[in-house]
Design a protein around this ligand. Structure first.
Ligand SMILES: Cc1cc2nc3c(=O)[nH]c(=O)nc-3n(C[C@H](O)[C@H](O)[C@H](O)COP(=O)(O)OP(=O)(O)OC[C@H]3O[C@@H](n4cnc5c(N)ncnc54)[C@H](O)[C@@H]3O)c2cc1C
Length: 357
């Protein structure tokens, strides 16, 4: 097994590193408030102008046709330079792979360039007040409007990340109430500013309005905004969920950068009198490296024509738990200082660890 990167990848790394070091914004506030979101949108546009917003996409949609390995290299450099979490991620990393698989040419041409340019930012509309883990129990409906060649959507979605600020939402609706639960669902692309849509922010524990409830009252959506086949939405949604779990949502670069910050924090503040903290820091670093190697293995498998299978679900559990453990270790290092948030005179690193946790 050859674990070194090639010449082309290293050249790409050097180019991306130089650009990111010169351009990554410092001290960008949380993207989960209206003001913060606007600043993040500006950053997304800057990434797009340098053709770094979606590096692996075809050029005609705003990408640079980078390979998956180059995409990983870019992600590593992005987080190494201190780049912020991407407010465009639902579109670029979840909906876009699904559009590439199921979208029509018209949909790709219309949607992808605006997504890459952060002209349209996307929210996910799966969960409902009585449908969470059991997604197939959703009750929101889509009723056919033959006269207008489209559909009328009604119901309620909830926990839409950054939904209060996004322009569009993708999600599942019950289009055939007589079909079995997992059948009779259709995947729709819904403009959040359409007539009949009400978006209400939901305050999070940290005070940011990071989530939204979306109420739909007889909202018209034309046929061209159905993704995949009518009544086949479950299959299309599983492709989106498998991108979330499998590869595209959480690149290892983000966790390697978090591990590096954790090692730095430990270097500055020590073990706070608790020798087991050193072990937690070492484990965080090893987990991030293991995740990076595992991801490279997945990419090699995809490059050889393979597909991501059910292991994607284990992958998601692994990174979710690793992320929590890393932040817990940081909070233990900080001790009582952990609770000082941004703006407090003695807050360490702007209270970022508690916010991240
Ligand atoms: C940070 C974050 C961002 C999110 N963003 C979005 C978003 O953008 N769009 C969106 O649509 N949703 C989003 N969600 C919602 C998320 O997808 C739901 O929280 C998830 O589907 C779980 O549903 P629930 O919260 O209703 O919990 P429930 O499904 O009610 O589960 C509650 C508990 O019961 C357990 N449980 C459930 N079913 C079973 C079973 N059959 N057997 C045993 N135990 C079971 C679960 O493990 C859990 O512990 C987000 C959630 C989080 C935390």
């Amino acid at each position: 097994m050859d674990l070194t990167f090639g010449e082309r990848e290293e050249a790409f790394r050097a180019e991306a590193r130089a650009w990111l070091e010169a351009n990554v914004p410092r001290d960008l506030p949380s993207g989960d408030t209206a003001e913060g979101f606007a600043l993040h949108k500006r950053w997304e546009k800057k990434l797009y102008e340098a053709r770094y917003s979606a590096v692996s996409w075809p050029k005609k949609y705003g990408g640079r046709e980078a390979s998956l390995v180059e995409w990983l290299v870019f992600e590593e450099e992005y987080y190494r330079a201190g780049g912020p979490q991407r407010v465009a991620q639902n579109g670029i990393f979840l909906l876009a792979p699904t559009l590439f698989e199921f979208g029509t040419e018209e949909q790709k041409d219309r949607i992808l360039p605006r997504m890459a340019a952060a002209d349209d930012l996307w929210a996910q509309g799966w969960s409902e007040p009585n449908a969470g883990s059991d997604l197939a129990s959703i009750k929101s409906v889509a009723v056919r409007d033959e006269a207008k060649d489209g559909w009328r959507l009604s119901g309620q979605k909830t926990w839409c990340t950054r939904g209060a600020f996004c322009d569009w939402m993708f999600g599942l609706f019950r289009s055939d109430p007589s079909a079995e639960r997992h059948r009779g669902l259709t995947y729709f692309l819904v403009p959040l500013r359409a007539k009949g849509v009400t978006v209400r922010p939901v305050g999070r524990l940290d005070g940011d309005a990071g989530f939204a409830e979306v109420f739909l009252d007889d909202v018209f959506v034309p046929d061209r905004d159905v993704l995949g086949k009518v009544h086949d939405g479950w299959n299309v949604a599983m492709a989106t969920a498998s991108s979330e779990r499998g590869l595209s949502l959480r690149s290892p670069g983000r966790f390697q950068a978090t591990a590096a910050r954790l090692v730095d924090l430990f270097g500055r503040y020590g073990d706070n009198g608790d020798p087991s903290l050193c072990e937690a820091v070492v484990r965080a670093w090893m987990d991030a490296e293991a995740y990076a190697l595992y991801t490279l293995q997945t990419v090699s498998k995809l490059a050889a024509g393979g597909t991501i299978g059910p292991e994607a679900s284990l992958n998601k559990i692994f990174w979710s738990e690793m992320d929590v453990r890393m932040h817990e270790a940081a909070l233990r290092i900080l001790g009582p200082h952990a609770e000082l948030v941004d703006g407090a005179p003695d807050a360490i690193d702007g209270g970022a660890w508690m916010k991240g946790f």
